[in-house]
Design a protein around this ligand. Structure first.
Ligand code: FEO
Ligand code: CA
Ligand code: CA
Ligand code: CA
Length: 637
């Protein structure tokens, strides 16, 4: 197989200039990223290369604020001249008319109330403008629940009602926000307000819909699923829809004592991660319903402007522990969706649509994500890379190897990628596309297992053994986003120069950080980087010097990186978007006070954090924060 793809790449190379061929400023570029492409080449980030890029793109600094210091305080810190205010937190009503129960500070809200209240543990998020930067809809993922905080007495006295509340704490919120007299407020009620949960009816479309592996006792069609799980990062399409991605779905299933090969490859295990949903909802018991878990791990499309719309699981994009789904458009108008699978030694994917995006919003593009080709990435040591198609009948993807049809290839994306020899990455998280150069950036958050006995060793793309601090890789497609050949290099190795181990020092041009996760380019080209070190690792060892999780801003022309925001104790900073005028930024603070064990202690909810209330005994709450500049200016300047 490797040979076939090299041949494809070679033929591509002979038809098209290589990235190095267009690196001379005098030569007219044929690349797709616009004028900046000619110099935004994927050369190693040497000082001279960075300087050349900066010179070509203009030297006006993108970033103007003064870095904030490392912090371990139970407080949210932003630079001088900025304000940060909590917009709303877990448990507040989303604004469904007639159903707006107030949040109870002792977590005594019922499951039915949670179904119309903001979910727990906010993650990816996007702002959909209704009236430019004045009024819009925020679609927000709720990745998971900490049942130690979700219920008054935590997981003691486990009941069907508690399972229902936990299910309701997951999914997506759609919340209308508007500015009045310069102040943001939630519109309550709003005709757009919606909660999507792990029980909301959804459709499955694309090649895996109706597949035998998708059928269950409750759904003989194999195309109707209840709910979405572990919604981590997200995407947004040029036709106005929101993509929410199902990440660690395996945690919710009670696997068999002895999982079969497929279940093992997808991480199903007895008792899952202790959610205990299967005790009152049999579909989460893989012993009774072995196919139910195949119905999760998809990218789900939602029209945020239509609260009656049935969310759609798009099987053509493949099944994975999906982190996010970042959409690019080719010159010819095709949609390309970049996706990372956040698990150690998993892969980076892209989907290329068969058809082109049409004007007319979601209605005109209803089936766009159902037809196309899924590819998986291989990063070669020489800085080249290829996208290998996951097409049934091609190469090893045959019935003899366990793939009956295209549906099975997509349900067993991991097994297919294993056979194709894709590059096993250090936990691919968010993917972001530089609006200036068309370069695609991906966070590889960490992988402490890299190089461990019996595990894959280092490779060119993942060059650090025991990769505690993570890195950011980037690539440039040779021709256009739908092509099969690319060039890649590293934007940065995260770390702290004060660390003693060489692999944990990093090469950051600016402030130390580790475990990059959230990643987003604003329209000026500022790269926003958010971090997610787990509470078990934070504040000690190689993380001792970087403090609480944070958000940084990078100027990718120079690599300069400044620390913009530090979150409260034991939180993750994840989810960032601005209004189109760049003067309001929305940021999510996830799981402040996260317990180093799996669940918080309901008798001591304030053990690590009381953010945002700050009051003794208060439950810490995930929340959406509004960041503004005091002078009303552009965020980041
Ligand atoms: Fe849910 Fe990969 O972070
Ligand atoms: Ca993440
Ligand atoms: Ca993460
Ligand atoms: Ca998290």
């Amino acid at each position: 197989m490797a040979k076939d793809f090299s041949a494809m790449e070679d033929s591509n190379r002979s038809n098209n200039p290589s990235i190095h061929d267009v690196s001379e400023p005098t030569r007219r570029t044929v690349l797709f990223g616009g004028m900046a492409s000619a110099l935004a080449t994927l050369m190693p980030m040497t000082a001279s290369a960075a300087a050349t890029r900066a010179a070509t793109l203009g030297s006006a600094p993108l970033i103007g604020f003064k870095s904030v210091a490392v912090s371990t305080a139970d407080a949210l810190v932003v630079p001088e001249g900025y304000t940060a205010t909590v917009a709303f937190a877990w448990g507040e009503p989303v604004g469904v008319a007639g159903h707006m129960p107030a949040w109870n500070a002792d977590a005594s809200n019922s499951a039915a109330e949670q179904e119309v209240q903001i979910g727990m543990h906010h993650d990816g998020m996007h702002y959909f403008a209704l009236e430019g930067s004045r009024r819009g809809l925020l679609a927000i993922n709720h990745e998971y629940t900490d049942d130690g905080l979700l219920h008054t007495d935590g997981m003691q006295n486990w009941t069907a009602e508690k399972v229902r509340k936990s299910i309701a704490g997951h999914g997506v919120s759609v919340i209308e926000v508007e500015q009045k007299n310069g102040q943001w407020q939630t519109v309550l009620p709003s005709k757009f307000a919606r909660r999507i949960t792990a029980a909301t009816p959804m459709a499955v479309t694309g090649p895996a819909a109706g597949h035998a592996l998708m059928k269950t006792a409750n759904d003989s069609s194999g195309s109707r699923v209840l709910g979405t799980l572990n919604n981590c990062a997200h995407g947004y399409t040029p036709w106005g829809t929101y993509l929410t991605c199902e990440e660690n779905f395996a945690f919710y299933f009670n696997g068999p004592q002895q999982p079969d090969a497929h279940q093992r490859r997808w991480g199903l295990r007895k008792d899952g991660r202790g959610y205990r949903w299967h005790e009152f909802d049999a579909r989460f018991d893989a012993n009774q319903h072995p196919n139910e878990s195949n119905r999760f791990g998809w990218v789900v499309e939602i029209d945020p402007t239509d609260p009656t719309m049935t969310p759609i699981k798009r099987s053509a994009l493949g099944r994975a522990a999906h982190e996010g789904a970042t959409v690019a458009t080719t010159r010819s108008g095709r949609a390309v969706v970049y996706m990372g699978e956040d698990a150690s030694f998993e892969y980076i994917y892209k989907f290329v649509s068969r058809d082109t995006v049409r004007p007319g919003g979601f209605k005109a593009n209803r089936d766009l994500l159902d037809h196309g080709t899924l590819f998986v990435a291989r990063f070669e040591p020489d800085g080249s890379g290829i996208w290998m198609p996951l097409r049934h009948g091609e190469g090893p993807l045959t019935p003899a190897n366990g793939f009956a049809d295209q549906g099975e290839v997509l349900i067993k994306t991991r097994q297919a990628s294993d056979l194709l020899g894709a590059t096993k990455m250090d936990r691919p998280e968010w993917i972001a596309i530089d609006p200036q150069s068309g370069e695609v950036y991906c966070t590889l958050t960490n992988n402490t297992q890299r190089g461990a006995p019996g595990r894959p060793g280092v490779d060119a793309a993942n060059p650090r053994a025991g990769n505690t601090m993570g890195h950011i890789i980037r690539w440039k497609e040779r021709v256009d986003f739908d092509g099969i050949a690319f060039r890649w290099n590293h934007f940065v190795m995260a770390g702290d120069p004060k660390n003693s181990r060489a692999e944990a020092k990093g090469n950051i041009n600016g402030e130390a950080y580790g475990s990059p996760d959230g990643l987003w380019f604003d329209s000026r080209g500022v790269l926003w980087i958010q971090t997610d070190a787990h509470a078990t690792n934070m504040y000690k060892g190689e993380y001792a010097g970087v403090g609480s999780n944070m958000m940084l801003a990078a100027d990718v022309r120079t690599g300069e990186t400044r620390r913009f925001l530090v979150g409260p104790t034991n939180c993750e900073v994840t989810g960032v978007v601005t209004t189109p005028d760049l003067r309001t930024m929305f940021v999510n603070i996830q799981h402040p006070g996260e317990s180093p064990t799996d669940r918080s202690d309901p008798l001591q909810p304030d053990k690590y954090s009381t953010w945002p209330s700050g009051q003794k005994g208060a439950r810490p709450r995930s929340a959406t924060v509004i960041v503004r500049k005091k002078d009303g200016g552009i965020i980041g300047t």
